[in-house]
Design a protein around this ligand. Structure first.
Ligand code: NAP
Ligand code: G4F
Length: 347
């Protein structure tokens, strides 16, 4: 039985990756931050009490800002594969929390790589996946591929560039098996509610049922290459199964504006978005990334990865469960319960 360790297991991608690896009969270990509220909701469908026999999912308290915890977890879990997904992953927030973002995204990766150096020092072998981002291309002209120079436009993106180069340097300097995945935006019904796609699908479905009146957004002209998270985590695993480590762009190759996403989501909901969407400058970024469109020819040829879910299918896939959620909220509200609209103003 192979063992995998996932940092960021409670996030969108971490939860999809954990499910994918469990289905492949891996023993899966995840690093979870201590929080005063539950942060393991996305893992609920696959989590079993550790007292039960046959459990293959194990969670460990740790943090990528705490190198000692990473070393302890490596010793306890003894993984064959490590997926470094932990991040303060919100681009807009990285302008408010620049130092913290660098500490988690850039130095956090370095801490994990240093812990890995110690872990392999007695001859153990491990394969490492680094979660790179299309944000690293920033202002570079599309289509972007592995040879496109990085031009980061936010503290988040600059930190991801640093993490990318740390990973590449550790591969070359110490002969470690490390792959950088450069993933373009990928979404799902589990996407955090402060990212634009989920913010739109949550709000429009609530508006449809009369639970909310307005949706405040920023720049509608930005274009993103949006894929489905379930397809993208598969690519992470595929990279680590190759004979030699390498870096790969993972993208659908199609780009759409925020406005197009809004149009399609609104037409599925039957809502006229022009009546309810308003601009709020707080959602604009000091420096924007205008146009991302990936060229994933290398991954398609070398690791035989390709996306399965189209843009239109993705939008529908996100609207439908949010409509169900809104119906549940409406039922509660009609029964006299207070339905709280959580901090959407943050994203
Ligand atoms: P996400 O939903 O924001 O999840 C981030 C994960 O990192 C969460 O589990 C979070 O824990 C954890 N985390 C944050 N700070 C941490 C710390 N100090 N120590 C340990 N864990 C910490 O992000 P995602 O969409 O799944 O993305 C996964 C990775 O891929 C991230 O590195 C992201 O930057 C990168 N990426 C994402 C995309 C995309 O479109 N989704 C594209 C390219 C790259 P809590 O649950 O406790 O907050
Ligand atoms: O959904 P977003 O916040 O995602 P963004 O900035 O592209 O970053 C995501 O994808 C990256 C991969 O390229 C990841 F590395 C990163 O971790 C994250 O997962 O914003 C998308 C676009 C931006 O241009 C933003 O300005 O939507 C625009 N937007 C317009 N109104 C908004 C809003 N974004 C947010 N979050 N909230 C708005 O109200």
């Amino acid at each position: 039985m192979k063992k995998a360790l996932i940092s960021g297991i409670t996030g969108q991608d971490g939860s999809f990756l954990a499910e994918f690896l469990l289905a492949k009969d891996y023993e899966v270990h995840g690093i979870v931050r201590r929080a005063s509220t539950f942060n393991t909701e996305r893992l609920d469908p696959i989590y079993a009490d550790p007292h039960e026999r046959g459990t293959a999912l194990f969670l460990h308290y740790g943090d990528v800002t705490d190198g000692a915890s990473l070393r302890h977890i490596l010793e306890k879990s003894r993984p064959d594969e490590i997926y470094n997904l932990a991040a303060q992953s919100h681009v807009r927030v990285s302008f408010d929390q620049a130092e913290y973002t660098a500490d988690v995204v850039a130095v956090g990766t370095l801490r994990l790589l240093e812990a890995v150096r110690d872990y392999v020092s007695d001859g153990r072998e491990v394969r490492f996946y680094q979660a790179g981002s299309s944000e690293m291309y920033g202002a570079a002209k599309p289509p972007q591929d592995e040879s496109t120079p990085f031009y980061p436009r936010s503290p988040y993106a600059a930190s991801k560039v640093a993490a990318h180069w740390y990973a590449l340097n550790y591969r070359e300097a110490y002969g470690l098996y490390i792959c950088n995945g450069i993933l373009f935006n990928h979404e799902s019904p589990r996407r955090g509610e402060t990212f634009v796609t989920r913010k739109i699908t949550r709000a429009l479905t609530r508006i449809k049922l009369g639970l909310q009146q307005k949706l405040f957004l920023g720049n509608l002209d930005a274009k993103r290459d949006w894929g489905y998270a379930g397809d993208f985590v598969e690519a992470m695993w595929m990279m680590l199964q190759q004979p030699e480590p390498d870096d790969y762009v993972i993208a659908t190759g199609e780009s759409h504006s925020v406005r197009e996403f809004l149009d399609l989501a609104a037409s599925i909901c039957g809502v006229d978005w022009k009546r309810c969407v308003e601009l709020d400058p707080r959602y604009l970024r000091p420096t924007e990334v205008d146009f991302l469109q990936g060229d994933s020819s290398k991954a398609r040829a070398k690791i035989r990865w390709k996306p399965r879910v189209s843009f239109a299918e993705l939008v529908r896939m996100m609207v439908e469960p949010d409509l169900e959620l809104a119906h549940q909220e409406k039922t509660l509200s009609e029964a006299g319960h207070r339905v709280v609209q959580r901090g959407l103003s943050q994203g």
